[in-house]
Ligand binder design. Structure first.
Ligand SMILES: NC(=O)C1=CN([C@@H]2O[C@H](COP(=O)(O)OP(=O)(O)OC[C@H]3O[C@@H](n4cnc5c(N)ncnc54)[C@H](OP(=O)(O)O)[C@@H]3O)[C@@H](O)[C@H]2O)C=CC1
Ligand SMILES: O=C(O)[C@@H]1CCC=N1
Length: 272
């Protein structure tokens, strides 16, 4: 993005604000280049003080934007699209949607405009530049795809996938961060039960989880390859691991991801 360009983030809630913070933290743009919208604009007052433009007027926000990020809930999208249709300039603007379960075609159909749409599925770690963001489009030009990839690459890791996998990407990556956060919480609760104060147990569990993830990412190894280095014969690790598996540890994660994917696919279409 150059310093003259502007982004409108329509629906500045959990993920919209995480994206805004990540872009500014990464130095991609200044707060002054971002307009944050939400109906309860008063909730954005702290961001206004940081230099972001804030408004409840989506039409005005879109009018001055080069990039329009759709970040409302699926059930809120159609009303938003109907509102901003007059400001959309297909030849000049790129729409980036993070809305789960809504295809590029759904968005164009609702707008009744042949506008380029890129779908992105980030997670909240985008706020600290550590997102796993999946990108997909059905009509994006190579230029816009490259922009989207480089854009989101500044706030984490990106992968381009076929659009039909975006619902699965929602479950594995966007929802997935919550699954891993819960597992860290559970480990810290175990830690407290075996003697650590909650604060220490959480710090220890979080750093241990970070180390596990970094082993895989930095060594390109497989989890079981790394687990085999930990499980000493007749040792305490394999005793704990097997007890967890006897209680459905892996199965619970798999079932949760499958259910999230199924739900993500229904969120928008069941509203129609
Ligand atoms: N949270 C996450 O980790 C991720 C979420 N997503 C997707 O992003 C979208 C948003 O999710 P999330 O951020 O969690 O939800 P939130 O409810 O936190 O954010 C949605 C925001 O949209 C605002 N909003 C609703 N209607 C309008 C409107 N007409 N004009 C302007 N603002 C509006 C709401 O504020 P107000 O009511 O004041 O208008 C709210 O702040 C969803 O589609 C979700 O599937 C995707 C990846 C990750
Ligand atoms: O929970 C949700 O529906 C959204 C999509 C992924 C993360 N949050």
């Amino acid at each position: 993005m150059n310093s003259q360009q502007h982004i409108a983030i329509l629906g500045s809630g959990n993920i919209g604000l995480s994206l805004a913070k990540g872009l500014v933290k990464a130095g991609i743009c200044k707060p002054q280049q971002i307009t944050l919208t939400r109906r309860n604009v008063g909730a954005l007052s702290a961001y206004a003080e940081m230099g972001y433009h804030t408004t409840d007027n989506n039409l005005k926000a879109v009018r001055k934007a080069d990039y329009v990020v759709l970040a409302v809930l699926p059930q809120q999208l159609n009303k938003l699209l109907d509102e901003i249709r007059p400001s959309i300039r297909p030849e000049k603007q790129l729409l980036i949607s993070v809305v789960s379960g809504v295809s590029c075609a759904d968005i164009r159909q609702q707008l009744d405009l042949n506008v380029q749409v890129i779908r992105a599925m980030p997670n909240t770690a985008i706020a600290i530049g550590q997102s796993m963001t999946c990108i997909a489009t059905d009509n994006g030009t190579p230029k816009n795809i490259n922009f989207a990839r480089s854009f989101f690459e500044t706030v984490g890791v990106t992968i381009q996938i076929n659009e039909e996998l975006m619902t699965s990407a929602t479950a594995l990556c966007a929802c997935g961060i919550a699954f891993f956060l819960r597992s860290i919480r559970a480990a810290s609760q175990g830690g407290t039960e075996i003697g650590f104060h909650a604060h220490d147990a959480l710090k220890m569990a979080a750093q241990t989880a970070k180390g596990a993830a970094d082993l895989l990412l930095q060594l390109s190894s497989h989890p079981e390859q790394e687990i085999d280095k930990v499980t000493s014969p007749s040792g305490c690790t394999i005793a704990g691991l097997n007890e967890m598996e006897h209680n459905g540890f892996s199965s619970a994660m798999i079932k949760g991801i499958k259910l999230s994917a199924a739900k993500a696919g229904d969120l928008y279409h069941k509203e129609q």
